[in-house]
Design a protein around this ligand. Sequence first.
Ligand code: ZN
Length: 193
Amino acid sequence: MPASDIMTIAQTGETILTRQTQAVVTFDQALVQLANNMIATMNAAHGVGIAAPQVFSNLAIFIMHSKPNSRYPGAPLTQATVVINPQIIAVSDEMETENEGCLSIAGQRLEVTRHKSITVRYQSLQGDSIEQQLDGFIARIFQHEFDHLQGITLLERVKMPELQYVNQADFPIPNQSYNNLHSPSLDGQGVSQ
Ligand SMILES: [Zn+2]
C-alpha cells in the first residue's frame, strides 16, 4: 500500500461540498492513492466516513468505517470500505431518526431521518461490482456519504421534507436539481462522517 497523506477537510461554505461528483471511470493507482489518503484523513479526524468532496475531489467515491458506538452498540466493527460509483437500489419503509455529525460541519449535530435498511450497489477499488444490504448505523453512514456525492450536506438534508435519493447510476448529470429531494436525520454520539 502506498504511503498516505492526511488531507485538508473542506468545511461548510466551500463550493466543492455543494457540487455533484463525477463517476469514476479509471481504476488506477491514482484512485488507490486517493482512497488511502481519504482513509488516513478520516482516521485522523476520528470519523466513521468521508466522501471525496470533503477532501476537494469531485469523484464519486467515499469511505465508510462502521464501529460500535453508544447509539449503535451493535454496529458492526468493519474495516474501512472504499465505495465507488454507489447506487441505492432499494430502501426500507422503516425509518430511523438520529443525530448526525459531519467532519465538514464542525461542532454541529442535527437530527436526520434515514431509511433503516438499504440495498446498495457500488464498485470496489478494483472495479468489481458489489451488492449489499446494509442496516442501522452502517446504512446511515452510507446514506450520509451518498448525500455528499450529490452535493448535499446535513444542512441541506434536514431542510428536505422527505427522503429521496438520486442514484449515482445516473451520473454524470450536469446541472442536476435537487429541488424535489426531501429528508430527515443521521446518527448522533460523537461520530462524524
Ligand atoms: Zn459528512
